[in-house]
Design a protein around this ligand. Structure first.
Ligand SMILES: CC(C)(COP(=O)(O)OP(=O)(O)OC[C@H]1O[C@@H](n2cnc3c(N)ncnc32)[C@H](O)[C@@H]1OP(=O)(O)O)[C@@H](O)C(=O)NCCC(=O)NCCS
Length: 169
């Protein structure tokens, strides 16, 4: 999602955002939870346009062009106190579309995209009672390495996954 799309979403210009993205937005989105999140991502892109490919992507059903959620990294490699070369994954699937494997599919795709850019070290921070998200990181092979206190979300368990380099790298 580009800065222009995020601005349109935050200013209620839904039709324009839909046209730019080539998709249908879910009713009522962005909601109160996601507005501050989109504002933060817009600020990151405005500070450094080079961060855009690492940040928020729409998850869209093939064919129907319906947006079902969003996923991306919290920042470019090494951002927010992560080790150089590490990225943190984030994902949201809108409630009517949950339980169909979309968050898992998106996270796998994001990680493959990052791996093609030399990234091997992935981080995920998950609330201790967020069972679906805990299931996703577990399935993908993340291992808990610690915990932290997030101003907004409270206690989070920190998971990491380090992929070994493939035959070419
Ligand atoms: C977390 C979230 C993205 C998951 O989206 P999703 O598309 O439903 O996820 P998937 O279908 O890919 O996988 C969910 C997994 O959790 C499992 N799961 C769902 N509810 C569960 C529960 N109560 N207990 C245990 N496992 C559960 C599912 O069975 C599935 O695992 P499986 O494929 O092995 O069966 C979605 O619930 C969401 O957007 N939540 C709000 C935002 C959020 O919490 N984001 C993550 C922040 S770390």
């Amino acid at each position: 999602m580009s800065p222009a799309v995020l601005e349109a979403l935050l200013e209620g210009r839904r039709r324009e955002a839909e046209e730019q993205l080539g998709l249908s937005l879910p009713d009522g989105w962005p909601d109160q939870r996601d507005e501050p999140f989109l504002r933060l991502r817009l600020e990151q892109m405005q500070r450094d346009p080079g961060t855009q490919p690492w940040l928020v992507r729409a998850l869209v059903l093939r064919g129907e062009r319906q947006m079902v959620g969003h996923a991306g990294f919290h920042g470019p490699p090494g951002a927010h106190g992560l080790r150089p070369g590490a990225v943190e994954v984030g994902y949201t699937v809108h409630a009517p579309f949950r339980g169909r494997g979309y968050a898992t599919e998106a996270t796998v795709a994001l990680m493959e995209w990052a791996e093609a850019r030399g990234i091997r070290h992935f981080v995920a921070s998950v609330g201790p009672s967020n069972e679906p998200s805990l299931a996703i990181v577990g399935k993908l092979g993340f291992v808990q390495t610690g915990d932290q206190w997030d101003e907004e979300d409270g206690l989070e368990l920190v998971f990491e996954l380090i992929r070994s380099a493939g035959p070419g790298g």
